[in-house]
Design a protein around this ligand. Structure first.
Ligand code: SF4
Length: 83
């Protein structure tokens, strides 16, 4: 599984760090960041999934496995009609 953490949404509840501290270190103010590779090893998926579901503000999201970031296939803005 591959995940993303949106720090602009994180509200510093620290629940993710409780479930998966190696993946979600907290800064001095209690806000989480994503440590290391966004691709989660199968052995860590259960803890990271628990963190994803328990985050009160949904700051952690699961990405499609083929995700390569904005601007690549599958992320283009919808086409608009032109006349
Ligand atoms: S559980 Fe969500 S809101 Fe809380 S620290 Fe983690 S990412 Fe931020």
């Amino acid at each position: 599984m591959k995940i993303k953490l949106d720090r602009t949404v994180c509200d510093g509840f620290g629940i993710c760090a409780k479930h998966a501290p190696d993946h979600f270190p907290l800064d001095d103010w209690g806000y989480a960041s994503l440590a290391g590779d966004p691709v989660i090893a199968p052995t860590d998926e259960a803890a990271v999934t628990r963190a994803l579901f328990d985050c009160p503000v949904h700051a952690i999201t699961r990405l499609p496995e083929q995700w390569h970031g904005a601007g690549h296939a599958g992320t283009a803005a919808p086409e608009t009609a032109q006349e």
